[in-house]
Structure formats: C-alpha cells, structure tokens
Ligand binder design. Structure first.
Ligand SMILES: [Zn+2]
Length: 288
C-alpha cells in the first residue's frame, strides 16, 4: 500500500500535453500506488498559465473515490485581500465535499506574511494540514518565501501549533545540510551532508512539521549523500511522506524505484518503509 502525497492534473506549461485522471490512475497502477493526493493548481497566478481548480479535483475524486484524495487550494490573498479574511466557511465546504488538506500553497509571499498566517491558523482550526512550496525570494516564479536557515518557517511552527505543515520544494530541502548558501538554497545542492541542517532541527523540535519527499527537491535531498539518506529516512520515519509530484505527461518519477530498492536492499527497515509510504499519511489525513 502506497499513498502519494503530491500529484497534479491538467496542463502546466505551454508544451505540456495535459495529464488526465486516466493517465494518473494508469501510472498509479504501474507504480503500485493505491491512493494519490491531487493538489489543485489555481487561485495563485504566479508561475501558472493553466489552472486545475479544486472543483475539478473534486469531480475527479467523485469518479475515483478509492484512488484520489482531494486537497483544496486557497491563496492567502483571495476573497478579501486582508489579514482578517474568514476562510472557515470555504474550508468547511471543501471539507464536506471530501478535501483532506490545503495546498499546494504557491503564493509568492513570505511564509509568515500576516495574510498567510491568518489562512494557516484557520486551516489548523479546520484540522486540515497545509502543503506549501518554499522558495528563496520574493520575485521567484512561485512559492512561499523564507530566508536562509528558515527563521520564518520556525515562527509559524511556533505560533501556529494547531496547524500541521507539510514542507516541499527547493528552499525547504536545501536546508538538509548546514553548508546551504544563498547561492544554493534556491536549487538542488549536491554533495555529502557532513552536518545536518536546520531542516532536521525543525523536524525534531516541532510536532507540526512534516516533509514531502516528492519532486527533484525531495529526491535530491535524500540521495545526494546516499548513506546519510538512509539514516535520515530512519531518524525521521514519523515525519516523512512519500510523494512524486507527478504533473507532466510521461513524467519519470525516480522515487518510486528508489523507495522499493532501499527497502529490498535492507537500507531502511520495513517499519520505516510502511510509515513513509502510507502510515504517516493516513494519520495526517485522518483516513483511519
Ligand atoms: Zn506540486
């Protein structure tokens, strides 16, 4: 049983052939993924050309209720462009329709922007985890922003203990090593991890932080130093979630083979494998 915490449908770029629900399900069958979270891509114009809305995700969920786990997408600025916007009613509406989380949040705002904190606090009250894309600067294509060493992320983890956050993308995963720099934190830094970074510190310190292993960023973080990667998966077995970020027609997702081979080669325990591939997600998304 595998749950994928991060997929998308539709068309992302000009060149893309849209990913249909059927293609996703076909790939899930091939990759032995039983259920996949589908994250809408809408409500935030930065970096997006074509939208796949929460309502479209819910339509797909109604067609494949046993395979799809819908999330809803909200932007901290939508509805009122205010730090006091009431999101509770729309969170409840989406929850009633089956949504189990919010994201992915791609607004190019500081992660502790008052409008964001207002939305995230209400996600916590609604008991819906928040999946966010983290980048290194305002003016990046899309994604919430933090400074090097993640002081703003720490602030929201501390000030919003009722909200669960699922971290994703380059500037989240680059912090796996203390040698992260302003130059490398927006990308996919390579090399051995000689000393664990702020990411591990925050994962240890805050119960409300999880890591989404999907995409080049998550995969790079756990494979740049293979031996350290196995240790990391073991140590944070309760805080990590398997994911692909499948979003393009015919996309390769190396994490599928990686996950199976680290189990089969005895690099990680069966317990760790089960937690990362589905038990943590089931708990977080309240599926059991
Ligand atoms: Zn994504």
């Amino acid at each position: 049983m595998i749950i994928d915490i991060h997929t998308h449908l539709g068309r992302v770029t000009r060149e893309d052939i849209p990913v249909t629900a059927e293609e996703l399900i076909e790939n899930m069958d091939k990759w032995e993924i039983e259920k996949a979270v589908v994250l809408p891509l809408d409500a935030t114009p930065e970096g997006s050309t074509f939208w796949f809305t929460t309502e479209q995700v819910l339509e797909v969920y109604r067609r494949y209720p046993d395979r799809i786990i819908p999330f809803c997408k909200l932007d901290p600025r939508q509805i009122d462009n205010s730090m006091k916007t009431d999101f509770s009613w729309i969170l409840q509406e989406y929850k009633d329709k089956g949504c189990r989380g919010v994201g992915e949040i791609t607004a190019n705002l500081y992660i502790d922007d008052p409008m964001g904190m207002n939305l995230f606090a209400q996600c916590g009250e609604a008991n819906m985890p928040v999946l966010f894309h983290l980048v290194d600067r305002i003016g990046a294509q899309y994604g919430l922003v933090d400074n090097i060493y993640l002081p703003r992320l720490e602030r929201i983890l501390r000030e919003l203990p009722e909200t669960t956050f699922i971290g994703h993308a380059m500037s989240f995963w680059a912090e796996i090593s203390t040698d992260v720099t302003e130059e490398t934190r927006g990308g996919y830094p390579k090399g051995l991890i000689k000393s664990p970074g702020r990411l591990q510190e925050l994962l240890r310190k805050y119960d409300n932080l999880y890591g989404d292993l999907s995409a080049g960023s998550g995969f790079n973080a756990i494979t740049r130093d293979p031996e350290y990667g196995y240790k990391f998966l073991e140590e944070f077995q309760d805080k990590l979630l398997f994911g692909t970020d499948f979003c393009h027609h015919n996309q390769e997702v190396p994490i599928v083979d990686y996950t199976k081979s680290v189990l089969n080669d005895g690099k990680i325990s069966r317990t760790t494998y089960e937690k990362i591939t589905h038990i943590n997600a089931e708990k977080l998304l309240k599926m059991k």
